[in-house]
Design a protein around this ligand. Structure first.
Ligand code: ADP
Ligand code: MG
Length: 377
């Protein structure tokens, strides 16, 4: 047991060194679905097989033109939930070592974000990153115990809808849709810890406890959806696991945070066509997604002023973005021809984020900033 723990620790250390860049981008293309309709099988997405692009390249055809992108990793439609998790498990481990980690899923509605993040938590095969992450964290915690490590873990789950935080663990009360007067004010303390007033934070000891929390959150989300006549793809879902560890023999302490974020759908929404509540939603999503990209690009350019405060999402995640924190973004892509325009926007945005890792734009594609809804400025 001790030897195993030691090995694990060494492996952890090495993998952390490998993860030098602060930001990684993985692309995942979902399979075609029967809902995609007739003509959907026309091949708009393909994967180059050349040595240097294998497993990292994706080509998208639009009007006879081929657009090529490379990312740190590209998952084809055949990739299983397990295949995807294998690639992020190191990042999960680093949270146990005291790192702050954010994993985002970005893409249009229907591209596979929720499948990637949550999947079906009850299914061994189809469970997504969140349930798998929790299992791994609890398993690793046990093996690190042999070296004197004691960990405490806390979970919270919230949704940001129209720039308003909603607690998914407090039990949704349809008669008091406006949070029952709760404010959910975000504060960061001097140690870089985030506190959200009134937010339910649950101490967890095992992944089975968390499973019931995930069910509760899913229920809150769907109740909110029907009662409030809204679509969950219009809100950001944020799962947070806080990890604090102390080594009883060395007195070493670590404080890690893992945020797993299922972003609101990135599809371009025309402001002109929508009115009332839909317009408000549209503006809120545009604002928060563009704030997220502004923050990422400002961090990459090492700008003095990083506009964290421009949206609830970026302000909430402030201590976990930049610095020596680690960020991974999944860009989820639907392969059907009717999604091509949105897929191209998502891929272009993701390519710009990907370039941030080394701070120099990689010129593998021409990216006119006007093409991306998320362009800065
Ligand atoms: P989003 O959250 O981006 O709106 P979903 O995750 O809900 O998209 O995915 C849309 C549909 O596609 C769902 O029915 C989901 O089960 C299915 N789906 C998405 N990704 C995959 C995948 N990799 N394998 C199989 N089905 C998938
Ligand atoms: Mg979804």
């Amino acid at each position: 047991k001790v030897v195993e723990g030691e090995k694990l620790r060494k492996k952890l250390h090495n993998t952390i060194l490998e993860l030098k860049g602060n930001i990684r981008v993985f692309c995942r293309v979902r399979p075609l679905l029967s809902e995609d309709g007739v003509g959907a099988e026309a091949n708009v997405v393909s994967f180059p097989s050349s040595m240097e692009a294998q497993g990292r390249g994706i080509d998208l055809a639009q009007n006879g033109q081929k657009h090529s992108f490379t990312f740190d990793k590209v998952f084809t439609p055949e990739a299983s939930q397990e295949d995807v998790f294998v690639e992020i498990s190191q990042l999960v481990q680093s949270a146990l070592d005291g790192y702050k980690v954010c994993i985002f899923a970005y893409g249009q509605t229907g591209s596979g974000k929720t499948h990637t993040m949550m999947g079906n938590p009850e299914s061994a095969e189809n469970k997504g990153l969140i349930p798998r992450t929790l299992e791994q964290v609890f398993e690793t915690r046990q093996s690190l115990q042999a070296q004197g490590w004691k960990y405490e873990m806390q979970v919270s789950m919230l949704e940001i809808y129209n720039e308003t935080i909603r607690d998914l663990l407090s039990g949704f009360d349809a008669s008091r849709p406006e949070n029952g007067g709760k404010q959910y004010t975000i504060k960061h303390d001097a140690n870089g810890h985030t506190h959200v007033s009134d937010l339910t934070v649950v101490d967890v000891q095992s992944s089975s406890k968390v499973s019931s929390l995930l069910r509760r959150a899913a229920q809150s989300r769907s109740v909110g959806k029907t009662q409030m006549n809204e679509n969950s793809s219009r809100s950001h879902f944020v799962f947070t696991l806080r990890i604090s560890g102390v080594n009883e023999s060395t007195e070493q302490q670590v404080q890690g945070v893992l945020n797993l974020i299922d972003l609101a759908g990135s599809e371009r929404l025309s402001k002109s066509g929508s009115t009332g509540d839909r317009l408000k939603e549209t503006q809120a999503i545009n604002k928060s997604l563009s704030s997220l990209s502004d923050v990422i690009f400002a961090l990459a350019k090492k700008e003095e002023h990083v506009p964290f405060r421009n949206s609830k999402l970026t302000y909430l995640l402030q201590p976990c973005l930049g610095g020596d924190s680690k960020t991974l973004m999944f860009v989820n892509v639907a392969p059907d021809p009717s999604s091509t325009g949105e897929s191209l926007c998502s891929l272009r945005f993701a390519a710009r984020v990907n370039a941030c890792e080394i701070g120099i734009p990689r010129r593998q594609t021409s990216m006119r900033s006007s093409d991306s809804r998320l362009s800065i400025g």
